[in-house]
Design a protein around this ligand. Structure first.
Ligand SMILES: CC(C)(COP(=O)(O)OP(=O)(O)OC[C@H]1O[C@@H](n2cnc3c(N)ncnc32)[C@H](O)[C@@H]1OP(=O)(O)O)[C@@H](O)C(=O)NCCC(=O)NCCS
Length: 176
């Protein structure tokens, strides 16, 4: 879709918020997406605040880092911190965003592909990932599909319009 140059993936990593340096936390807080995209992903400050005040056993903020620095962010929630539609033993991905300057380079898809490995190491009891994505969020839906996610269940009316529920089963095949 985009003419942006593919990004080198070698050093792509998901870094837990507590493990970030102060400079990296600042870089997370400076990530930018367009105003229209905020409708899809919510505000960054709300997302970071949810991770800072949440029970670390149930809420994990993960920065997406390359050798160029922090390029994106997402939050995982499970247990009582997760929405009521979360599958049993599941975790939900929320607030995913790639900085505008790094979108369309394959990094969002590549970051999603790292999630099963992070979960196997840190939340090994999690058997499924789930999320709700706005039906008009073409890039989001495509990135999830490319990372192996599939739509399940009926579409729902969400905060800004119709939303799809998508899941990724974490089986032996998806674990490192
Ligand atoms: C969704 C998002 C995380 C995807 O990350 P990304 O690094 O830009 O995505 P990728 O480069 O891995 O591209 C994934 C697919 O989406 C496509 N895509 C990316 N931007 C697109 C756009 N604006 N319109 C249509 N397709 C788009 C890519 O072409 C690619 O598909 P392809 O390989 O078949 O061409 C990123 O676009 C983003 O931060 N969006 C704003 C916040 C958001 O919507 N978050 C999701 C909330 S559920």
């Amino acid at each position: 879709m985009s003419g942006a140059a593919p990004a080198p993936r070698g050093q792509l990593a998901l870094v837990h918020w507590p493990a970030l340096t102060a400079a990296e936390r600042d870089a997370v807080l400076r990530l930018e997406i367009s105003a229209a995209q905020v409708e899809f992903a919510g505000t960054l400050h709300k997302s970071v605040a949810a991770c800072e005040r949440g029970d670390p056993a149930e809420v994990a903020g993960l920065a997406i880092r390359t050798e160029a620095g922090i390029v994106g962010w997402l939050v995982l929630k499970r247990g009582a911190a997760a929405p009521d539609w979360t599958p049993p033993d599941g975790a939900v991905v929320s607030g995913l965003r790639m900085d505008l300057r790094h979108q369309g380079r394959g990094l969002g898809t590549a970051a999603l592909a790292l999630l099963p490995g992070w979960l196997a190491r840190h939340w090994p009891d999690t058997t499924m990932l789930a999320l709700r994505v706005d039906d008009g969020n073409v890039a989001g839906i495509r990135a999830y599909e490319k990372a192996g996610w599939a739509e399940v269940g009926a579409r729902q009316m969400g905060r800004v319009g119709v939303e799809r529920t998508m899941t990724l089963r974490l089986g032996a095949g998806t674990r490192p």
